[in-house]
Ligand binder design. Structure first.
Ligand code: ADP
Length: 541
């Protein structure tokens, strides 16, 4: 129109548009995430402004509308948020506020492909992603508290126009005139899917219009942001099932909000049964990271691998809406959140371990995963040792290292363990004879990981942990009847055996640990334990 003013983009914006459109082509769907996030933010900001000026209050049933029109080949995103004045349109959609194109271009060039889409948000240039799918973008906006509306329009080349416009209410309409190859984004189903994937937990309702009817596209509950007392058990259970595709009840639900130096809300679940995606696959924790309700990634490794069975969401205020994978690894904020979240899960486990029967339900499902922590996580090793439970030669059910130590015989120096595939077989193993005769308890370890962690833990309560198949065992200090040894008779036999078995064994020794059996295989003190050797053979090493 004649009243339209023509403006050049800042020199940088032109280049930036080019970059965004070309570098991110394969991830085009994120334009919707960015525009919906902007719309939801504008609504949040208006709600905030209304706190001090009631005349700015949001209309009842405020929502973000996504309206595809196949005939006109347009997609419109409307929100009743703050809207933008003429000056704000110029400032926010005509220049780059936060950082220069150069820095953005450099980051784009350096970032792994998967990170590129996140850079858009990080550099505060999300709006321009609209030009990935649109050949022309029109923004009609009316600042809340004012009467006038403005139309901003651009084809994403060197310039944009600004003209007076009409809008009945405060808020913003963004009309995308879609490129011919972007018509998929006019399919209501496709739009629903994208919103569910990226924006399911924005609290303001988002609708996608199909045949004139508005269909809700997000659940919008952000359960974790509510206070504990506001969340019903049903809602919590529903969310848990939605998250993990699990249909049991969680063994534990952890819902809390951290405030102060670190601000986040968390809703975590420890499942009551092994999830469908068995914990054996990917070792990384899949706890979802949200920033201000917006889903960011499930690959932020919010918990260590040995707590990967924990499901849920952590939602923080302390990160920018879009963070790159590199930033996720480097930012101290996330490191602090990780520590806090891990600490919370550990306290829960310690607390629940006090009820043996209750804890057994957890242990029998996830015990082997927790043991990985003893093996690989020096920081949590000692803490985790207290959470371990074992089958034992002396008691029914499960027992802990502390309970074992309390039962140790006078003169017994070590915690004795025996590794194998099956506790029942282990209990009757000839390796056990000497221990049984003296009433010395042996812990029976049957998980694959048991071949690894004891070596790392070394000691518990200052008592060394020793495999009874490894090296010589000296039970002479333990009170009780020792098996009768006839060492003199063996003096001639041992060298003969050693010669005959020269290819099979490195040494033949007399022992006092056998009662009924004549011989037993033992591993050398310095080499791997017998069960480890079996595992290595199975793995073809
Ligand atoms: P970012 O949102 O990361 O700051 P964008 O390029 O997406 O970067 O948006 C730039 C700015 O434009 C926003 O910060 C906001 O001030 C303004 N803006 C964008 N969309 C809207 C909207 N729907 N309503 C009000 N303001 C908006």
């Amino acid at each position: 129109t004649e009243t339209a003013e023509r403006h050049e983009f800042g020199a940088e914006v032109g280049r930036l548009l080019d970059l965004v459109v070309h570098a991110l082509y394969s991830e085009r769907e994120i334009f919707l995430r960015e525009l919906v996030a902007n719309a939801a933010d504008a609504v949040d900001r208006r709600r905030f402004e209304a706190l001090t000026d009631a005349s700015l209050m949001l209309p009842a049933e405020a929502k973000v509308r996504v309206v595809p029109d196949k005939a006109a080949r347009t997609l419109t995103i409307s929100d009743p948020g703050t809207g933008m004045s003429k000056a704000e349109l110029t400032q926010h959609l005509g220049t780059i506020a936060r950082s220069g194109t150069l820095a953005f271009a450099k980051s784009l060039a350096d970032a792994p492909a998967a990170d590129k889409p996140n850079l858009i948000g990080q550099f505060g240039v999300g709006f321009y992603s609209a030009f990935m799918v649109a050949e022309r973008v029109e923004v009609t906006s009316r600042r809340v508290g004012t009467e006038e509306a403005w139309l901003w329009a651009s084809e994403g080349r060197g310039d944009y126009t600004l003209a007076p416009a009409e809008r009945a209410e405060a808020g913003t309409d963004i009309v995308l005139h879609m490129k011919a190859d972007a018509e998929e984004f006019l399919e209501p189903m496709r739009l629903q899917t994208i919103i569910r994937k990226w924006a399911d937990h924005i609290t303001i309702p988002i609708t996608v219009t199909q045949d004139g009817v508005e269909h809700p596209a997000n659940e919008g509950t952000a359960l974790w942001r509510k206070s504990k007392s506001e969340v019903t058990e049903e809602a919590s259970l529903e969310f848990y099932r939605h998250l993990g595709n699990i249909f049991d009840k969680p063994w534990s639900t952890l819902h809390w909000r951290a405030e102060g130096a670190l601000e986040f809300s968390a809703l975590l679940f420890i499942p009551g049964a092994k999830p469908f995606q068995a914990v054996e696959g990917d070792r990384e924790s899949k706890v979802r990271l949200h920033v201000r309700r917006m889903f960011i990634t499930e690959e932020a490794a919010l918990l260590p691998p040995w707590l990967r069975f924990v499901q849920g969401v952590v939602d923080t205020e302390d990160l920018p809406l879009n963070v790159s994978r590199e930033m996720l690894q480097a930012t101290p904020v996330l490191a602090r959140i990780r520590r806090a979240v891990t600490g919370k899960v550990m306290s829960e486990l310690k607390f629940r371990a006090k009820d043996a029967e209750d804890y057994t339900k957890f242990w029998s499902v996830f015990g082997p995963v927790l043991k990985e922590g003893v093996w690989e996580d020096a920081e949590h090793r000692q803490e985790l040792a207290g959470l371990l439970r074992f089958r034992s030669s002396a008691v029914e059910g499960w027992t802990s290292l502390a309970e074992y130590v309390a039962r140790m015989k006078p003169g017994q120096e070590a915690i004795h363990i025996l590794l194998g595939d099956n506790a029942a077989t282990l209990a009757t193993s000839p390796q056990m004879e000497g221990f049984r005769a003296k009433g010395v308890e042996v812990l029976l370890l049957t998980d694959q990981i048991d071949a690894f962690w004891p070596e790392q833990l070394e000691r518990f309560d200052d008592k060394p942990i020793r495999s009874i198949t490894q090296g010589s065992v000296d039970l002479s200090a333990v009170e009780g009847t020792a098996p009768e040894g006839e060492a003199a008779d063996l003096a001639r036999l041992l060298p003969l055996l050693k010669e005959a078995l020269a290819k099979e064994v490195s040494e033949v020794r007399a022992t006092d640990r056998l009662v009924d059996s004549a011989v037993v295989l033992a591993a050398t003190e310095s080499g791997p334990d017998l069960q480890m050797q079996r595992l290595m053979r199975r793995a073809g090493r």
